[in-house]
Write a protein that binds this ligand. Structure first.
Ligand code: ATP
Ligand code: MG
Length: 409
C-alpha cells in the first residue's frame, strides 16, 4: 500500500462491540473496567492504547505506528487476539479518519478498492451511525453521500435490504471509523466478573469445554487434574497441561494443579464393592477439589458431566456426587449432546488435544458393570472405611502446581 493511500485511509484500529456487559445497569462500569483490563492483559505483547466511549471499546496504535503494511498485520493480529476475550461480541478491523464528510467519503472509496465484492460488482449498502449529534450530516445524508460516490466510482448497485457488502461508518466524538466485515467474539461476560471456580479437568473432550463455558460466564477458572501416577504414565498430565495452555487464551494467568491419585484409587478398589468404585472415586475427587477450592478461594467446582452420557452420569449418580460436597458443582454441559460438545471442542481448539491417546486414571478402576443407581449410604460406608475426609485433605496437600503465567503467544 502506498503512503498516500495509507493517509487517505487513515490509521488502522480495532473496534470492539460489547455484549451483555451493556445490560448490567449500575454494575456496568465495574464490568467494563474488568473487560478493559482483560483486554490489556491479552494484548500485553503489543503497544496499544485501549479507549472506551459509550458501548464501544477502541484499540489504537501509538502515533509512530502509521498506516503502512506491517502495521495492518499488527492490527489484524490484535483483532484476532481480542476475539478470544470473553465479553466482546464483535471485533472490527477499522480505519480512523478525520470526521469530515469529504475525508470519510475518500476513505470509504479507498477502503473497498481491492475487495472481491467491488471486482464482481456486488450489491452494497452504506450504514452510518452518529455518536456525535453535532456532525453536520444526518446518518441517512452521510449514507447517501458516501453510497452515491461508491456507486459513481465503481458502478456497484445499491441494495439496502440484502447487501453483499456493507460499508459501516461510525461518527464518534473526535473521529470517524470505517469498516466492512468483522470477526465474531466469544460473547458472554468478562472473566473475573462472576468470581473464581475450580474445574476438574480430565484428559477427555468434555471438561475443557465445560471450563470454557464457565469462563465465558465471567468465572476465572483454575484447573485440577487427577493423575493415576504412580500406576499410570504422565501422559494425562501432559494432556491436561496442553489443554490449559490452549484455554489460557480466553483468560490468561491460568493455573493447573495435579493430584497424584493412583494410591487413593488402589485403596478404593480394595475397600469397596466393585460396582460402586467409580462413584466412590468421583466423590473423593470432588471432596479433594473442594478442599483445594477453599485454599484458593474458589466458590464453585466445574465438571464436564452430561446427563446420561455414561453410567456415572445418571441422575441418581449425579445426586450422589453432589451429596459429597457443600460447594455448588456447576455442570454447564448437562443438557448437551456429545455431538454438540464435540463441535464446540473443535471450535475452541481443544478437540485435537483431547483425542490424543492417554492412560486415564479412571481405567484403573473400570469395573465390568457399574452401578447406575448408587445409594449414598453405601458410598458413605466405603468412605468411613477409607477415612475419606482425611484422605481428601492429604490429597489436597500433595497437589503439584503447574504455572502457566507466560503463556500468551
Ligand atoms: P471428560 O470428557 O471431561 O473426561 P467424560 O464424559 O469422560 O468427561 P467422566 O470420565 O465420567 O466423563 O468424567 C466426568 C467429569 O469428571 C469430567 O468431565 C471431569 O470434570 C471430571 N473428571 C473425570 N476424570 C477426571 C480426572 N482424571 N481429573 C480431573 N477431573 C476428572
Ligand atoms: Mg473422562
Amino acid at each position: 500500500m502506498s503512503v498516500s493511500a495509507g493517509s487517505v485511509l487513515g490509521e488502522p484500529c480495532v473496534l470492539l462491540k460489547l455484549g451483555e456487559v451493556v445490560l448490567k445497569g449500575r454494575n456496568r462500569e465495574l464490568f467494563e473496567t474488568r473487560l478493559r483490563s482483560n483486554i490489556r492483559g491479552a494484548l500485553k505483547d503489543y503497544r496499544v492504547e485501549v479507549r472506551q466511549r459509550h458501548g464501544v471499546i477502541a484499540i489504537f496504535f501509538p502515533s509512530d505506528a502509521t498506516a503502512q503494511g506491517a502495521d495492518d498485520e499488527v492490527a489484524e493480529a490484535v483483532a484476532r487476539r481480542v476475539s478470544d476475550v470473553p465479553g466482546i461480541v464483535l471485533v472490527h478491523l477499522a480505519r480512523r479518519v478525520a470526521k469530515d464528510p469529504e475525508v470519510i467519503t475518500k476513505a470509504a472509496i479507498e477502503l473497498i478498492k481491492d475487495s472481491p465484492e467491488v471486482a464482481r460488482k456486488a450489491r452494497f449498502a452504506v450504514r452510518s451511525r452518529r455518536r456525535d449529534k453535532r456532525f453536520p450530516l444526518r446518518s441517512n445524508e452521510l449514507d447517501r453521500l458516501v453510497g452515491g460516490t461508491i456507486n459513481d466510482t465503481y458502478g456497484l448497485p445499491v441494495d439496502l435490504s440484502d447487501p453483499e457488502l456493507t460499508v459501516h461508518i461510525e461518527v464518534d466524538r473526535d473521529e470517524a471509523f470505517l469498516f466492512t466485515g468483522g470477526l465474531l467474539g466469544q460473547g458472554g461476560l468478562p472473566v473475573g466478573s462472576s468470581g473464581r471456580a475450580l474445574a476438574l479437568l480430565s484428559g477427555g473432550i468434555d471438561s475443557p469445554v465445560a471450563a470454557y463455558r464457565m469462563m465465558r460466564r465471567g468465572l476465572r477458572v483454575d484447573f485440577l487434574h487427577f493423575s493415576g501416577i504412580p500406576f499410570t504414565t504422565s501422559e494425562s498430565i501432559y494432556k491436561a497441561y496442553a489443554l490449559v495452555r490452549n484455554l489460557d487464551r480466553f483468560q490468561g494467568k491460568s493455573r493447573l494443579w495435579v493430584v497424584p491419585f493412583g494410591k487413593a484409587q488402589q485403596s478404593i478398589k480394595v475397600s469397596g464393592q466393585d460396582r460402586l468404585a467409580v462413584i466412590a472415586q468421583r466423590r473423593l475427587m470432588l471432596k479433594t477439589a473442594e478442599e483445594v477450592a477453599h485454599r484458593i478461594h474458589a466458590e464453585a467446582l466445574v465438571t464436564g458431566d452430561s446427563l446420561g452420557q455414561v453410567s456415572s452420569q445418571t441422575l441418581t449418580n449425579i445426586t450422589a456426587q453432589d451429596n459429597a460436597v457443600d460447594l455448588p458443582v456447576l455442570r454447564p454441559l448437562i443438557g448437551l449432546d456429545k455431538t454438540e460438545i464435540m463441535a464446540e471442542a473443535r471450535r475452541i481448539g481443544t478437540l485435537a488435544i483431547s483425542e490424543l491417546p492417554d492412560e486415564d486414571c479412571c481405567t484403573l478402576l473400570a469395573p465390568r458393570s457399574a452401578e447406575t443407581r448408587a445409594k449414598i449410604e453405601d458410598l458413605k460406608q466405603i468412605e468411613r472405611r477409607l477415612d475419606a475426609e482425611d484422605l481428601a485433605v492429604q490429597l489436597a496437600d500433595s497437589i503439584r502446581p503447574y504455572k502457566l503465567d507466560d503463556f500468551q503467544q
